[in-house]
Design a protein around this ligand. Structure first.
Ligand SMILES: Nc1ncnc2c1ncn2[C@@H]1O[C@H](COP(=O)(O)OP(=O)(O)OP(=O)(O)O)[C@@H](O)[C@H]1O
Length: 294
């Protein structure tokens, strides 16, 4: 299986603070991956390193099998929309599309023009005079027009209205349907991600907290509800990710390594949102751990 992204022991330090540390992850080609984590978790740092805008402080990072720093051929194969969707404000969408055609070898001018037109965004208005959502749409159209093998999107839909978000997510799904594109997008909108993403990377406090295919992760985690009891080992449970108690009842979100047969527990499936929220509350690796989810 070929990897679109592969990191080993990757770290980035700004002065004395680590924005990313001991980060080992892989993203198989052809997936739509969600990059999730709280503010300041290191998501933008990871994406910026993947496009060579930042250099790792330690560790290795391979993107489409190559090292990203100063690699023009590799950059031709990657589409990137940064968090604040920067566009030259004095240029119109038409001018940016023309510029894209000059700078990129695999550029699809009609895709960009048709997309911007279909969204009702004036092609001849300076992008500095467009709304924030319209600017984001232009930036996304430019990224898609590159026909990238890897599309990296840093909170691409944050400024889009709900209908536009849904439409864009459908476009993303369509663009990976050919099996040749991989998408990695960071977002806080778990509902949107749940609909389209089939791979999940959860970052928290500069560390990878959870990684894997969404279906596999969802099926190996369960919520258990039973009479109140203090921590005890449960056959079939490899890890208790989160626990909460009322006077009479204990609720656990667990990672399983087999069936839960103890009849004291009722076993429930989890959603992607349950999973992400549980792992975000889980102590980060490398942090002083006082006991899991006490
Ligand atoms: N240029 C910089 N100089 C110093 N520290 C930085 C710089 N950029 C980011 N950081 C720090 O690195 C950490 C990770 O930041 P990053 O922007 O990667 O987080 P993020 O997960 O993308 O957050 P958000 O969801 O808020 O966009 C944060 O603690 C941030 O303060």
């Amino acid at each position: 299986m070929s990897m679109a992204l592969e990191a080993h022991g990757l770290g980035k330090r700004y002065r004395r603070n680590w924005a990313l540390r001991d980060c080992s992850l892989h993203l198989p080609a052809g997936r739509i991956a969600a990059l999730v984590g709280p503010n300041g978790a290191g998501k933008s740092t990871l994406l910026n390193m993947a496009v060579g805008l930042l250099r790792p402080t330690e560790g290795t990072l391979r993107v489409l099998g190559q090292s990203p720093g100063g690699n023009r051929d590799l950059m031709d194969r990657i589409g990137f929309v940064a968090q604040d969707t920067p566009l030259y404000p004095d240029f119109t969408a038409t001018e940016l599309i023309t510029m894209g055609a000059k700078l990129n070898r695999r550029w699809d001018t009609s895709l960009a023009r048709e997309r911007v037109e279909r969204l009702g965004i004036p092609l001849d208005r300076r992008t500095g005079e467009l709304s924030g959502g319209q600017r984001a749409q232009v930036a996304l159209a430019l990224a898609l027009a590159k026909r990238p093998e890897l599309l990296l999107l840093d909170e691409p839909v944050a400024s889009l209205d709900p209908l536009a978000r849904r439409e864009f997510m459908q476009v993303l799904m369509g663009s990976v349907a050919d099996g040749e594109t991989t998408v990695l997008l960071s977002s806080h909108l778990l509902g949107d991600l749940e609909r389209v993403c089939d791979y999940l990377i959860v970052l928290q406090a500069a560390h990878v907290q959870l990684l894997g295919g969404v279906d596999e992760l969802v099926s190996e985690h369960k919520t258990l509800v039973g009479p109140r009891r203090e921590r005890a080992s449960i056959a079939g449970v490899s890890e208790i990710v989160r626990e909460s108690h009322t006077d009479k009842q204990t609720t656990l979100l667990v990672r399983t390594d087999g069936p839960i047969l103890d009849p004291a527990w009722s076993v429930h499936d989890v959603t992607l949102e349950d999973l992400v929220l549980a792992y975000l509350a889980y102590p980060a690796p490398g942090r002083a751990i006082l006991g899991v989810a006490q």
